[in-house]
Design a protein around this ligand. Structure first.
Ligand SMILES: Cc1ncc(COP(=O)(O)O)c(C=O)c1O
Length: 590
């Protein structure tokens, strides 16, 4: 469903900039601003992702809306959302406005401040009286339907209404404020399905709002509540809010079909993911850990075999090797990229070595030329651990194309995250693909006929349905992550070491990891300012209690061990706002 959100500016100054900045960079609708003849230049340089229409001179809100209506019709939009340009409507409420239309129960959804769950902050008392009492009462009589809100422009409706000749919205007398209530009245009296959803109109009065850019201002009825400024490490709710209008019907469809295990969405998502990476096969499994294990097992790697990987990784890489029955052989990381050091891999190869598992840590591809060459020379299997690097590229080619197979994780906070666990094996090898398909499904090709000792590791249909909605946004999200990383790197102080991006790679910044001498003090001071950070990872694999049996000692992998004392991951997710990045940068500059 094509949705256009339109906002309007007439000399709104900073307010229109804030209105636009509040929209998540990854969104399920196009965003348009109509500049109604502003002379303040506030919308002269809005970012390229926003459609701009300009009136040569000020024509009024009704006339401006008419122009947007024509634009929406000419460009095939099915739903139009109207939002004020004065920073009073919260774009994170747009999915709630769209939901009744997407689910097919409404044609016109009116935002209401006066329904339970809505709010109106510091609105002046005389306006409360007018908009809460007088207007709705008069309007309800005219419409013969009780409404709680008739003057709020924040609403969504099907553009099909605009093609209804009986509405005749092009009349000249509607060029100013009359158009908004007129449209609502016509929609109701002509029998279009109308409903209200609660929204919050913010009437900020305190300058404090301006000074705490990452803060949250919430309103309960007429009471303001300012919660402390806060930047989460990752905020999965923002992404859901932006996509809810598409994800909720996708979930409903699976529930209505009841094909929860290996249903249609799994096969579709596998095909789409294979196309995205460029491999012949993609096989959905239950987690990233399982993806690595099953890729190893599909290559008949198991007891007696050694598999080389890096000490600086998430433990799942090593658990997967152990689960396959093989022995993990750890090597140190490169000081520049934190990824496995190819020279160390070369030194670790023995006659028992069967495979290498390079990890594309933090979203940056490992040194694939060197590792591929080693694998070829020694006839080793290479399985890429791509759990943190969906969509990244090495020398222009997507990672996942370099090994005999690659493993992805769809853990919720990953660059492509499900709403639970999930994973994927990709490969060009028909035999390996077939074997992974068997292994993930109890070793059966035909129900109840089991040809190998498999396991239960299927990607849920519900997760696949959600991931199908998300996949088309992945490149945009990765680009946003890169933009945030560039903003951090250009502005952080020189006493922190910012992440190096190696030549010829496209980093997708699953994590933005800095290094500093005073890591613990910095983390503490950021925590005190409500900025969440992480350490990836505080204890190297060889020093983990669970891995004592591997027989490694402290001091064996100095680069990894030093990093564990010094690294800090700053907040990173596509929807981080420029204000939040400013706030983090200021706090690190301290
Ligand atoms: C590098 C690495 N490998 C493997 C995994 C395992 O993925 P999952 O959590 O889906 O099992 C993860 C993520 O959690 C990871 O970061």
């Amino acid at each position: 469903m094509r949705v256009l959100t339109a906002t309007f500016a007439f000399n709104e100054g900073e307010k229109i900039r804030r209105t636009l900045a509040r929209h998540p960079s990854a969104r399920s609708y196009d965003l348009l601003v109509l500049d109604d003849g502003s002379t303040d230049g506030a919308v002269s340089d809005v970012d390229g992702g926003v459609i701009v229409l300009r009136n040569e001179r000020n024509l009024g809100i009704g006339a401006s809306m008419k122009r947007v209506f024509e634009y929406a019709l000419e460009n095939g939009y099915e739903v139009l959302v109207i939002q004020a340009g004065n920073d009073k409507d919260d774009p994170l409420e747009i999915p709630a406005l769209l939901a009744p239309i997407v689910s097919g129960v409404a044609d016109f959804v009116q935002g209401s401040r006066y329904l339970g769950g809505g709010g109106f902050g510091n609105m002046p008392k005389y306006r409360v009286l007018g908009t809460r009492v007088i207007h709705p009462v008069v309007f309800s009589i005219a419409a013969r339907k009780r409404v709680t809100e008739s003057t709020n422009g924040f609403r969504a409706f099907r553009t099909a209404l605009l093609r209804d000749g009986r509405i005749n919205w092009r009349q000249a007398w509607l060029d100013r404020y009359e158009l908004e209530p007129y449209l609502l009245l016509k929609a109701i009296t002509l029998g279009y399905r109308h409903c209200e959803v609660p929204v919050t109109k913010i009437y900020p009065r305190l300058r404090l709002v301006e000074h705490s850019p990452a803060g949250r201002l919430s309103w309960i009825g007429n009471q303001k509540m300012i919660t402390a400024t806060r930047v989460p490490f990752v905020d999965l709710r923002v992404q859901h809010a932006a996509l809810a209008a598409s994800i909720e019907p996708a979930i409903r469809e699976v529930c209505e079909h009841g094909d929860f295990i290996l249903g249609a969405a799994v096969a579709r998502f596998e095909a789409e993911y294979a196309t995205y990476i460029g491999t012949r096969h993609a096989i959905g499994v239950a987690s990233g850990l399982d993806a690595i294990e099953l890729a190893l097992r599909a290559h008949d790697i198991g007891p007696g075999d050694e598999v080389i990987t890096v000490a600086n990784t998430f433990i799942a890489t090593v658990l997967a090797i152990l689960a396959a029955g093989a022995r993990p052989v750890l090597v140190d990381a490169s000081a520049e990229s934190y990824n496995l050091d190819a020279a160390a891999v070369a030194a670790a190869i023995t006659p028992r070595t069967r495979a290498i598992v390079p990890v594309h840590l933090y979203g940056q591809p490992a040194d694939l030329d060197a590792i591929t060459a080693l694998a070829r020379r020694h006839n080793l299997v290479m399985i890429e651990d791509a759990a943190q690097a969906h969509g990244s590229r090495y020398k222009g080619r997507r990672i996942g194309l370099f090994g005999h197979a690659a493993a992805f994780s769809f853990y919720p906070s990953k660059n492509l995250g499900a709403y639970g666990d999930g994973g994927m094996v990709v490969t060009n090898d028909d035999r390996v693909a077939e074997k992974v398909r068997l292994l993930r499904n109890c070793g059966q090709r035909v129900k109840y006929y089991h040809s190998v000792v498999g396991t239960n590791s299927r990607l849920d249909t519900l997760q696949a349905a959600i991931l199908r909605v998300k996949l088309p946004h992945l490149d945009t999200w990765n680009a946003a992550r890169r933009q945030h990383a560039a903003a951090y790197s250009s502005r952080l102080p020189s006493h922190v070491h910012t992440p190096a991006t190696l030549p010829d790679v496209e980093h997708v910044f699953h994590l933005y990891v800095i290094e500093t001498d005073r890591r613990d003090a910095l983390q503490e001071s950021l925590t005190a300012r409500n900025i969440q950070t992480g350490i990836h990872y505080p204890v190297p694999i060889h020093l983990q209690e669970a891995c004592v049996h591997l027989g490694y000692k402290a001091g064996e992998f100095p680069v990894t061990e030093r990093a564990a004392q010094r690294i800090l991951s700053l907040p990173m997710y596509p929807e981080l706002s420029p204000d939040q990045i400013d706030y983090v940068v200021e706090a690190v500059n301290g």
